[in-house]
Design a protein around this ligand. Structure first.
Ligand code: DC
Length: 226
């Protein structure tokens, strides 16, 4: 039987990580885990319960108690279920997006969510995407990809994603993306950096399908090597 790999995909926002990881998982018959959705779910709960976003211990406790599940919809990705409630759309708001990056700096939050991510991927046959999958969550992943793109293209892609859900300008999107990326790259714990053994793909001039094809080629080679 072919070995079912653990594939880690990391990179900043707007590089097409989610689209690529989702399509790749569907092509391989693997499960797809969007680790950022877990930080987003926690952020939504923190906002709803009025938690202090600087209180690491309180947020860690919230993370330990919360029930977060992914319900697979096959090629349409996952629904995100927070304490029994479908929050797939709710976690995409600009406020939850910024808050997810804020709650993710705290050690107790990361410890809890990283443990859950490891449990979801342990059996293999998984494509997991995020910021620290290749460096922290699965340092022994079979294949590590780091996706990047120019800031202009990343904010253009993000703008297309969010424009339909409310009034927002391109310059607002660019500013938000820069602020969040800076926090994700400069935080003390598990900052966004490519793993030393990751394969770097610049997606600035590539379509999502081209990126998927390129990674599928790497998967084939990796399976042959094992
Ligand atoms: O991938 P995303 O945009 O849905 O992630 C939302 C935030 O969650 C991101 O700004 C930082 C945090 N995050 C993280 O710290 N580690 C991960 N593995 C994934 C996301």
């Amino acid at each position: 039987m072919r070995k079912r790999l653990v594939i880690a995909i990391d990179g900043p926002s707007g590089t097409g990580k989610s689209t690529v990881a989702q399509r790749l998982a569907a092509r391989l018959g693997y499960s797809y885990v969007e680790s950022g959705a877990m930080y987003r779910a926690l952020a939504l709960l923190a906002l709803e319960t009025g938690a202090d976003l600087r209180d690491a211990a309180a947020l860690g406790k919230l993370a330990a108690e919360v029930d977060i599940r992914f319900e697979s919809q096959g090629k349409d990705g996952n629904r995100l279920i927070l304490n029994g409630r479908d929050v797939t759309e709710a976690v995409r708001s600009p406020e939850v997006t910024q808050t997810s990056s804020i709650v993710s700096v705290h050690a107790p939050v990361r410890q809890e969510l990283v443990a859950r991510q490891r449990a979801l991927g342990r059996a293999g046959g998984v494509v997991m995407e995020g910021r620290d999958i290749g460096t922290q969550v699965f340092p022994d992943a079979d294949l590590k990809i780091f996706l990047d793109a120019s800031p202009e293209v990343r904010s253009e892609r993000r703008y297309r994603d969010v424009a339909h859900s409310g009034p927002v300008t391109k310059s607002q999107v660019l500013q938000e993306i820069e602020e969040r990326d800076r926090r994700d790259r400069e935080r003390e714990l598990s900052p966004l950096v490519p793993a030393a053994d990751s394969i770097y793909i610049d997606t600035t001039h590539l379509t999502a399908e081209e990126v998927v094809e390129r990674i599928l080629g790497l998967v084939e080679r990796r399976v042959r090597d094992i």
